[in-house]
Design a protein around this ligand. Sequence first.
Ligand code: NAG
Ligand code: NAG
Ligand code: NAG
Ligand code: NAG
Ligand code: ZN
Length: 464
Amino acid sequence: MPSLRSFLLLAATALLSTSATSATALPHDHHDHEHTVNKRLPGTWYHPEDHPAYKLFRRDAAQTDGVVYAAVGTPEWSAGYPPAKPDPNALPKAWVDAYNAALSAGKIPKIPPSTLNGNPVYPQGFDPNGDVVCSATYKCRNNNDIWDAPDGVWGASFDDGPLDTSVPLYQFLKQNDVHATHFMIGVNILGYPEEFKMAFEDNQDDIAVHTWTHPYMTTKTDLEVVGELGWTMEIIHNSTGGRLPKYWRPPYGDSDNRVSAIAKEVFGLTTVIWNQDTEDWSIGQPGGTTRDKVDASLKQWITGPKSPGLIILEHELTNNTVGAFIQAFPLIQQNGWKFVSIAQLDGGSPYSNSPSSTGAVTPGQVAVLDGSDDSSSSNSSSSSAPAGSSTSSAPASSASSGTSSGSANGNKAAGNNGSQSSSSSSSAHPSSTGGASQGNSASTVLGSGALTCLSAFLAALILS
Ligand SMILES: *[C@@H]1O[C@H](CO)[C@@H](O)[C@H](O)[C@H]1NC(C)=O
Ligand SMILES: *[C@@H]1O[C@H](CO)[C@@H](O)[C@H](O)[C@H]1NC(C)=O
Ligand SMILES: *[C@@H]1O[C@H](CO)[C@@H](O)[C@H](O)[C@H]1NC(C)=O
Ligand SMILES: *[C@@H]1O[C@H](CO)[C@@H](O)[C@H](O)[C@H]1NC(C)=O
Ligand SMILES: [Zn+2]
């Protein structure tokens, strides 16, 4: 029975400030939501015995790497993690070493952090759509990142869990015998361990990284990026029998060549964005969308073209975000979509050192210690260098300039060799529910748009 001590009270206060002028030309046609860390009071942080989490039949136990980890949800388990923003000066040495090795090897492009001014803004001389920066917020597609699914494929992913609102989603997925990728927030794993176990142990779904505290990652320094990714990798690793996640999704879709390179070169993580966005997170918020609009968008995409396949930004955040998906699911099936997780559409395992949630685990470390992995000779048996990272090449020069969301350019998931025409496909899917995206194509359009600034303030208290 879990003790109440050492419990983290996580309180998130979201500010929604909207400087509305016109509805055109946001660099991204949405923001991923900000209300990421729900508060939970000490008296209710664990579930009573009649909670659905306990009723679910547990499947085969997962194999592990042989290490005995503290049981998920116990004080020993949670004790080692930062309660809120990771301190970039107090990172495990192995991560800093791996970062320095990658930096010395020239694999981390020197791009200054952006600053948040509604959207991330770069200093003069750093074009967010250029080859050097290639900001995903501006829809520039780094060739190493995943934006699209292969034709006919529904790449299922849900962001911001685990939360108590996740439970009906997990139950639904399990009942329907389908699997999804859950891009999880580190502090939410700390706060919702039972829900985490449902996703991993009961559903055997894919666990992926959505950072520790859900910031705009391009605003962070290199070592702050390392901390946000590293701690999330660590808690997933230590809570899944030693598995190392292969995928991460930047909050707000905000990554660039620098951030994606740190993710890849230090942690072996592939960056996953999306090609459609329901803006489900904003249902009920001032200026937000409505459940009806979300339902309509989903229906339109589900019944629309199958090329490229869909990776839709969806959240396990509220009754409405989960409900919209559940309502749409029969239509997804009726329309013949192949429903798979992100790892499945990318041709492999969700973990770099294990084929599945239950398969064998090769012991590995959170940071990729081999900073010069250009092929060959790395001690692959002892290194945790993810198998999936073998193709990584210097990301800095591989940017494709931003085109609108139908482009398959750079989509390695679709296996199209980057050569498909992007022009004709740009209207294959409407870009957003709000119609705010059509002006995004090439130019930087920051100044003109309605900038919806979503700021999150996270307070974490340790009660004892
Ligand atoms: C993760 O597990 C390893 C191996 O047991 C342990 O050394 C490490 O301290 C754990 N990390 C945290 C943050 O608890
Ligand atoms: C959402 O709330 C309604 C009303 O309380 C409930 O009937 C429904 O089952 C909920 N949906 C989900 C997915 O939890
Ligand atoms: C890597 O392999 C080389 C050659 O086999 C060996 O000398 C070295 O000790 C290994 N390094 C590690 C970290 O295992
Ligand atoms: C990609 O395209 C290039 C140039 O057309 C071609 O040489 C190469 O074989 C292609 N690679 C794949 C994997 O199709
Ligand atoms: Zn998010």
